[in-house]
Design a protein around this ligand. Structure first.
Ligand code: ACO
Length: 318
């Protein structure tokens, strides 16, 4: 039996930091409101010369280095991004060109917004399990600052830029124990981002019914925790770490409660990074791995939720 296993992680955050106090000067908001309602204090903003590809490259190279591998070892590239610089070629193909590894499959996943990384992670896991490939590079890379309306206080305070990467390699033992993906298009109007085209050339900005989304996120992610544990006959006490999508501190707290995990066992980057959409889970994972919090052999639940709606989780023995 072949499984996949996380063999390396990496991340990249742009240098520029935008604080809540900076935002107070841009829209009618306060640091107190943002911290209390979301848990966010700072977020990183990409420089003009940076985009989803450049950030994916930084994160990807860091993950490969951590795995002790080189680009030539990659059997598949998946980039989850809702903010690519081009519709095509895909960010993954542009990255492949930068890595100089023509030949391996490379594609983007942009349909599931913040859940994109979990979808990519699951797909890479399936390819490795079947023996089709031995190594996959899965990246979430987002320049959310370019798709938010900086005059809309209800959304612009939430998002940030960055990229996170994971290298999955073939293993005789799990590794990735199970992945669980879901979607429900009936909630398409709760969170969306219209694309620019010839008729309407400018890409619009993120539209969100925050309150409704909040409730849907808590319910769907709660059910997902139950499903992930039940599928593997595990108890809550078997879980060492929760690595959630970083959208709102209150949603994260609700998930910690659901799993009976103290907040010390939940990886939280939201306060310093905001919501980086599909980059948030691998960014959080990489931080916890590099800080020495997550250790080999520990049991992790990763879970993401975003536009579509789409949501997904993975149970991983690190
Ligand atoms: N500063 C001050 N006041 C604000 C701000 C702001 N930045 N934004 C909104 N308000 C006001 C509203 O106008 C409203 O005022 P009113 O009562 O006079 O009408 C009041 O604050 C309350 O607004 P709500 O939207 O009800 O605030 P809520 O407590 O729901 O918090 C938030 C909003 C933070 C967006 C929350 O709903 C949320 O996090 N939702 C979920 C988001 C999510 O899950 N995203 C994950 C998937 S999406 C993705 O990751 C791409």
């Amino acid at each position: 039996m072949t499984y996949s296993k996380i063999v390396g992680t990496g991340s990249y955050l742009p240098e520029k930091v935008l604080t809540n106090f900076d935002l107070e000067k841009m829209v009618e908001t306060t640091n107190e409101w943002i911290v209390e309602r979301t848990g966010i204090r700072n977020r990183h903003i990409a420089a003009e010369h940076e985009d989803a590809v450049t950030m994916a490259e930084e994160a990807g190279r860091a993950a490969l280095k951590a795995a002790g591998l080189t680009p030539a070892d990659i059997g598949m590239i998946i980039v989850a991004s809702t903010t690519p610089s081009m519709v095509f070629p895909s960010t993954a193909c542009l990255l492949q060109e930068r890595f100089g590894i023509a030949g391996c499959p490379a594609f983007d996943l942009n349909a599931s917004a913040c859940a994109g990384f979990m979808y990519g992670f699951s797909i890479a896991d399936q390819f490795i399990r079947t023996g089709a490939i031995k190594t996959a590079l899965v990246i979430g890379s987002e320049v959310m600052s370019r798709v938010v309306d900086w005059k809309d206080r209800s959304t612009c305070v939430l998002f940030g830029d960055g990229a996170g990467a994971v290298v999955l390699g073939a293993s005789k033992e799990p590794g990735v124990v199970s992945t669980h993906l879901h979607a429900d298009g009936t909630h398409k109007d709760v969170l969306y981002l219209p694309l620019g085209n010839k008729k309407s050339p400018n890409i619009e900005s993120v539209k969100m019914l925050g309150n409704q989304l909040f409730k849907l996120a808590v319910n769907s992610l709660g059910d997902l925790c139950d499903e992930t544990l039940a599928a593997n006959n595990l108890q809550k006490s078997d879980i060492d770490w929760l690595i959630p999508h970083q959208a709102n501190m209150r949603i994260i707290q609700a998930m910690a409660k659901k799993l009976d995990l103290p907040l010390e066992r939940v990886v939280i980057t939201l306060d310093e990074q905001g919501n980086t959409s599909s980059a948030s889970i691998p960014l959080a994972l990489d931080k916890a791995v590099r800080d020495g919090q997550i250790k080999r052999g520990q049991m992790l639940i990763m879970e993401g939720f975003g536009g579509g709606l789409a949501w997904g989780s993975a149970l991983v023995k690190y």
